[in-house]
Design a protein around this ligand. Structure first.
Ligand code: BG6
Length: 462
């Protein structure tokens, strides 16, 4: 928010009321805001920014207390001339989302003159049924176009670049189908373990924590058809269509096409089951790899492989688009017998470095005729990195503008749950052989076997 303030996107007409069960004065809350600014707290605009923050201790189940919040909101509305525009940002246990949304409406907080928007932090349910219940509860108080379900991956610069790359380039989009693409690989690899979040994570696991939301969103952007226009309504419509054609697995296919893992002890790393707040017999997965199949004209026969996990070799997020090899390799014989042509690969580096790389085959310099793969690279430079907003900065700005492009709509969330629920159902019936990978690796051997079975390899491997 301070970045938005500095950029002039957020000016004098804003106020924030922080709430939680803890008692705190405005000054104490402002002090917490000041601390969160880090070195920017000495910025000349910092104190003015901080003066826009207020605090109310609040029990979300206490209906009567919403009146106090309303009075405070009305007072700040006048003071900072907010014209009744309100954003309610819920980052709390999903059990309370419905209660809060209901009271915001019945107790009159949404009766203001301006817009009323609801921001929801994940997790949005733990399966399709609970997500649907939650959605029903929200929809008694807010319309779908007022609800902004945050998925911070959609605020990342290079995730947004998927659309630019695909729909801004003839050479990309004209090849973007099962005739030319052999497979697509999405990797969200984390070096960190569960850290202090074990009590949440042990109830969630990598499937719910990363696949149902972030990976499904990335995959839908990669798989969707070209939207009619670059608007939230059109983009969401295409993402939903893509997710509808994702094959929901039966029991047998879910077992063969998905692999789970849990890290054991490494040289310097204790095993997941020995982490604080993790039960010693936990069967929670810290790694998932899988194969996704779309039953549609564009993608039939071209699998999407995905993987994500904690305590892996490195922190990076990337998409590798592997093209089919030329049907005939005219260079293979006789001069070049040892160097068959490699597949072209278009890699989107999402994080930590941002850019694209295209692997082509080219003639090596010199006598004779040998080919070798070369890379054409583009990486965002320091100036570009500086201009890149933080995902949350961008998404909060989008909420203020009322732009839902980079938020997950209910139909997207519901199709993603239906897909993931099937995997979960099968896993819950089977006893995993955990732990099955070492920290610092790229996950269990089964993740390699999953793709090798199809006579393919992960493009990124150790
Ligand atoms: C969050 C997950 O949504 O994404 C975390 O809950 C995960 O477990 C994080 O570490 C990864 O986000 P990023 O932006 O660091 O790749």
């Amino acid at each position: 928010m301070f970045n938005l303030y500095k950029r002039g996107t957020l000016r004098e007409h804003f106020a924030v009321i922080g709430t939680s069960r803890n008692k705190m004065t405005d000054e104490e809350f402002q002090d917490a805001v000041r601390k969160s600014l880090g070195t920017a707290k000495s910025d000349k605009d910092a104190e003015k920014f901080i003066s826009h923050f207020a605090y109310e201790a609040h029990d979300v189940t206490d209906k009567a207390h919403y009146k106090v919040l309303k009075d405070r909101a009305d007072e700040l509305d006048k003071k900072f001339k907010l014209e009744g525009n309100r954003i309610f940002y819920l980052s709390l246990s999903p059990n309370f989302f419905g209660t809060v949304a209901g009271f915001l409406k019945t107790e009159g907080l949404t009766d203001s003159q301006g817009f009323n928007r609801l921001v929801i932090e994940k997790p949005f349910g733990r399966d399709y049924d609970s997500a649907a219940q939650l959605n029903d509860a929200l929809s008694t108080a807010f319309n779908e176009d007022q609800v902004f379900r945050i998925d911070h991956y959609l605020g990342k610069e290079m995730i947004q670049n998927i659309e630019a790359l695909r729909f801004g380039n003839t050479i990309v989009e004209s090849l973007w189908n099962n005739r030319y693409i052999d497979n697509i690989q999405v990797t969200l690899s984390e070096k960190l373990g569960v850290e202090e979040r074990a009590s949440y994570y042990d109830n969630s696991g990598a499937l719910r924590d990363m696949v149902q939301n972030h990976i499904m969103q990335i995959v839908s952007l990669l798989a969707m058809e070209q939207p009619v226009a670059f608007t939230d309504v059109d983009i969401r419509a295409e993402k939903v269509k893509a997710l509808r054609s994702l094959r929901v697995y039966n029991v047998a296919d879910a077992s063969t096409n998905f692999v789970r893992g849990q890290y054991g002890a490494g040289n310097k790393q204790r095993a997941y089951r020995d982490e604080d707040n993790v039960p010693h017999d936990s069967n929670n997965e810290t790694f998932v790899a899988g194969k996704l199949l779309f039953d549609n004209y564009r993608w039939s026969g071209t699998p999407f492989y995905i993987r994500t996990g904690k305590e892996l070799a490195d922190k990076f997020t990337r998409v590798d688009v592997v093209f089919k090899k030329p049907l005939v390799d005219i260079f293979a014989f006789p001069q070049n017998a040892n160097a068959p042509l490699e597949a072209n690969v278009l890699t989107m580096f999402i994080e930590p470095k941002a850019g694209f790389s295209l692997r082509l085959n080219a003639k090596t310099s010199g006598q004779g005729f040998q080919t070798a793969p070369i890379n054409m690279d583009y990486f965002v430079d320091a100036a570009g990195e500086k201009a890149t907003p933080e995902p949350y900065e961008r998404l909060i700005h989008d909420v203020m503008k009322g732009d839902g492009t980079n938020f997950s709509s209910w139909p997207e969330v519901s199709y993603a749950w239906k897909f993931v629920d099937q995997i979960r159902k099968v896993w819950d019936l089977q006893q995993p052989a955990f732990p099955n990978y070492t920290p610092g690796s790229m996950g269990p051997a089964a993740a390699d076997e999953l793709i090798q079975r199809d006579h393919r390899e992960w493009v990124y491997r150790l």
